[in-house]
Design a protein around this ligand. Structure first.
Ligand SMILES: Nc1nc2c(ncn2[C@@H]2O[C@H](COP(=O)(O)OP(=O)(O)OP(=O)(O)O)[C@@H](O)[C@H]2O)c(=O)[nH]1
Ligand SMILES: [Mg+2]
Length: 463
């Protein structure tokens, strides 16, 4: 359980281990008086001006100096948590950090739980729930796009949008509720046509946001691409080339890769998750067959299949025949002709009209020499539809937000139905209240302890 905001909590906010500087956060009502007890300097912390830095020494009970540190002083409510806060920057020896934490605890501070600082920031109204969740995403962001979205959400862009929609809807529902007060007089404050129009508009906006989740998921978790083909096509060689590391074993023996191997890499600011798979063929080898079954699972779970073939072994007829097997998975396929470095001209020539004839583009490359690898990388980056991101539209990445938006849409459908069927004002008002409730769960106007627990325990300690 989390302690009350009356307690003063402490945690190391920097990674543990040896480094130049570590930072310990002290936050709560008694942050200043507790730190003062282990502080030696001419300046008294209790009378210190807010937003200043102080240099001094941390001492133990026997007045033994532990470290020379810098303190950053924040007075409530102008701190991250909204409570009095001191950030102690000390030398990052694990001994020093542990010693300071122990001294603080001995003087009345409590060790913080995961996410407790951010939880207090939320409870003190410094950030709303969606913003608090975005802080975790900013910390986890590993590339330009994931960072851009998380940063925008942390600053409250998404929350503002949701809050505005909710407030507009509250006003509308308010008019309807007013009618209930005058039930006997048969008045209509809220024009039903106007409600219908606004419900329609809100549904549109909410579904745009919900639809952005597909892209959001990709930007956050990586775009899943399965590399598939016959044994020896060069799949593992291609994986290694895309990752720029020797991840998978490459050999001229057909059936080298048995288990699927996956890893992530960023191409043009987009995170991709590539899966190298066991080559598809008929075999009696039990282990290889398990691998082939996994290949099928991976194909199904991917957003794009790279079908790789050895251009000197395939003709358009063979390619089309093999493709039939892959097409049943209903995942878009990108064809890649490999080994152009050793293929003779005739082999490549066979495929010259392929694109025109079958409306299927082929990328010719050599995974081994990496000739034309860039063409594939460009094609992959273009493939992920990034327009919404470039147009600065809000993109949601959080599964909880997505689920809340879906619930809001369901509630809006119910309002539409009640209006269409000319249900009583009371029933329409009840349905509208559900929409307001669902929107409120996103930013945290509506919340409960279980939800907070679910969100904040996923944070790291010190955040
Ligand atoms: N010359 C040439 N050889 C290649 C190329 N790509 C792969 N190879 C060779 O082809 C052989 C098979 O490569 P792998 O990457 O292991 O093939 P794979 O598709 O992963 O094969 P399995 O794991 O058995 O399904 C190895 O000897 C590679 O060096 C290429 O572009 N050019
Ligand atoms: Mg392989």
């Amino acid at each position: 359980m989390f302690s009350s905001t009356q307690n003063t909590i402490i945690a190391v906010a920097t990674p543990l281990g040896v480094g130049a500087i570590a930072m310990i956060r002290v936050s709560g009502k008694d942050a200043f008086s507790i730190t003062q007890k282990i502080w030696k300097s001419k300046k008294n912390l209790l009378t210190q001006v807010p937003n200043t830095l102080l240099v001094g020494t941390i001492i133990d009970q026997e007045n033994t100096p532990i470290d020379e540190v810098v303190l950053s002083i924040f007075h409530a409510p102008h701190s991250f948590t909204g409570d009095n806060t001191i950030e102690i920057s000390c030398h990052a020896s694990p001994y020093i950090v542990q010693k300071i934490l122990t001294l603080l605890v001995e003087n009345g501070a409590k060790l913080a739980q995961a996410g407790e600082f951010t939880r207090r920031a939320y409870l003190n109204g410094r950030v709303d729930l969606a913003q608090a969740e975005a802080i975790a995403d900013v910390i986890a962001s590993e590339n330009e796009n994931a960072h851009k979205i998380a940063f925008q959400q942390m600053r409250g862009g998404f929350s503002k949008q949701i809050k505005k929609m909710r407030e507009d809807f509250i006003k509308l529902a308010g008019l309807l509720e007013l009618e209930l007060d005058f039930a006997e007089e048969d008045v209509e404050f809220a024009n039903r046509g106007e409600i219908q129009k606004q419900v329609h508009q809100l549904s549109q906006n909410i579904s745009d946001l919900a639809n952005s989740y597909q892209l959001g998921k990709v930007l956050k978790n990586g775009f899943p691409v399965a590399i598939v083909g016959k044994p020896n096509a060069g799949k593992s060689t291609l994986l290694n080339a895309l990752l720029a590391e020797d991840k998978a074993i490459v050999s001229p023996i057909a059936g080298t890769t048995r288990d699927s191997i996956e890893d992530e890499t960023t191409i043009k600011g987009i995170k991709f998750r590539f899966v190298d798979t066991a080559g598809l063929r008929q075999t009696d080898d039990i282990v290889e067959n398990i691998g082939i079954a996994r290949t099928k699972e991976k194909m199904q779970a991917s957003a794009l299949i790279l079908y790789l073939f050895d251009v000197s072994e395939f003709t358009p007829d063979v390619l089309l025949k093999n493709l039939l097997e892959i097409e049943q998975y209903n995942v878009p396929i990108l064809l890649v002709a490999n080994k152009i470095d050793i293929a003779d001209k005739n082999a490549i020539h066979y495929f010259e009209n392929f694109e025109e004839k079958y409306q299927k583009q082929i990328i010719f490359l050599s995974a081994h020499t990496q000739h034309n690898l860039e063409n594939l990388q460009n094609k992959l980056a273009d493939y992920v539809q990034m327009q919404p991101l470039h147009q600065n539209q809000t993109i949601i990445t959080n599964t909880r937000h997505y689920a809340c938006l879906q619930d809001t849409l369901k509630a809006l459908e119910q309002v539409k139905k009640s209006l269409d069927q000319k249900f009583s004002t009371e029933m329409v008002a009840t349905d509208m209240r559900e929409v307001i409730y669902q929107l409120g769960t996103i930013t945290g106007e509506i919340t409960n302890n279980d939800l907070l627990e679910f969100i904040f325990t996923k944070f790291c300690i010190g955040k």
